[in-house]
Design a protein around this ligand. Structure first.
Ligand code: C2E
Ligand code: CA
Ligand code: CA
Ligand code: CA
Length: 287
């Protein structure tokens, strides 16, 4: 048992080394990857819980690495943040997503009822403090011909905790233009609920950990109470509530009954290519 333990230790050690080497390799490969267009975006539908229609999608970046295959954002976004590449990469994601949203809208011109399709884009904290954020966003929207209210920028709760006015100023300006700001991963940080009033956000994205508590039907009564409280607080502050990580119909139903507005998760669709979003939105519009 002792030697097995020793082997396991060595193996874990070797794995850690391999990971460190990969991390180093990935970091140095990042800038060229942007030049070589190795990044691509998948879109995950955002579904209105009341009527089940697709209202838009969240853009999620991936890296098609020539040796390692498709890498998820958790593998390279932290590295890009560390090296500063997140600024041009984030700008690229924004530009692609905004153009994509414009294209969906063109293809859905005749769709009635639910309004133009929208797109959500994640912003990293480094982008928030980068001086070009507002102007870049304005330029990108103008070039694509997309209305600012078709764009939602997602910022994590942790990025805004303790944020001073300098950090909030660009978000305020974007919000004044009509861009929605969503507080992502809500409930994982330690932000004071009353603090929400200070932030220029119009959407709360409830973290997946809340949705997980709804997997049983009926859900744990304490979980229900917590979500109910958050939803009523959010609505009292005029915020829309989006829930992420919805994997089952039971979760969707309970979250709908609790008054959540929009949902996202594997139950509806996994992240996928832009044309699939188009098809999903079309099915809902006619069916
Ligand atoms: P996030 O913003 O919280 O995005 C939601 C994540 O949950 C995505 O992981 C999505 O694929 C996953 N997900 C969606 N539905 C379900 C579900 O029903 N069950 C489960 N278990 N998971 C679900 P993904 O694509 O791996 O992205 C991870 C994180 O990477 C994102 O978390 C976001 O923080 C970051 N990210 C992705 N794209 C970008 C980007 O363009 N810029 C920045 N700065 N960050 C990004
Ligand atoms: Ca997000
Ligand atoms: Ca999230
Ligand atoms: Ca997350």
């Amino acid at each position: 048992a002792k030697s097995a333990g020793g082997n396991r230790y060595e193996m874990a050690d070797a794995e850690a080394d391999a990971r460190a080497i990969t991390r180093h390799g990935l970091t140095t490969a990042l800038p060229a990857a942007l030049d070589r267009s190795e990044f691509f975006i998948e879109y995950q539908p955002l579904v209105h819980l009341g009527d089940g229609t697709v209202r838009g999608a969240e853009a999620l970046v991936r890296w098609l690495h020539p040796q390692h295959g498709v890498l998820g954002p958790d593998r390279f976004i932290p590295l890009a943040e560390h090296t500063g590449l997140i600024v041009p990469l984030g700008r690229w994601v924004l530009e692609q997503s905004v153009r994509q949203a414009r294209e969906w809208q063109e293809r859905h011109k005749d769709k009635v009822g639910t309004g133009p399709l929208r797109v959500n884009v994640n912003l990293s904290p480094c982008q928030l403090t980068h001086p070009g954020l507002v102007q870049d966003t304005v330029d990108i929207l103008e070039r694509a011909g997309l209305e600012p209210d078709a764009l939602c920028l997602e910022v994590t709760e942790s990025a805004l905790i303790g944020a001073d006015d300098e950090v909030l100023k660009p978000l305020r300006r974007l919000a004044e233009m009509g861009v929605d700001i969503a507080l992502d991963d809500f409930g994982t940080g330690y932000s004071n609920l009353a603090n929400l009033r200070r932030l220029p956000v119009s959407v709360l994205k409830l973290d997946r950990s809340f949705t997980q508590g709804m997997q049983q039907f009926p859900a744990d009564p304490v979980d229900l109470k917590i979500v109910e409280g958050i939803v009523s607080l959010a609505h009292g502050l005029d915020l829309t509530v989006t829930v992420e990580g919805v994997e089952t119909g039971a979760q969707a139903e309970q979250l709908r009954l609790l008054g959540c507005d929009t949902a996202q998760g594997w139950y509806y669709a996994r992240p996928g290519p832009p044309d699939r979003l188009h098809e999903l939105a079309l099915v809902d519009a006619t069916g």
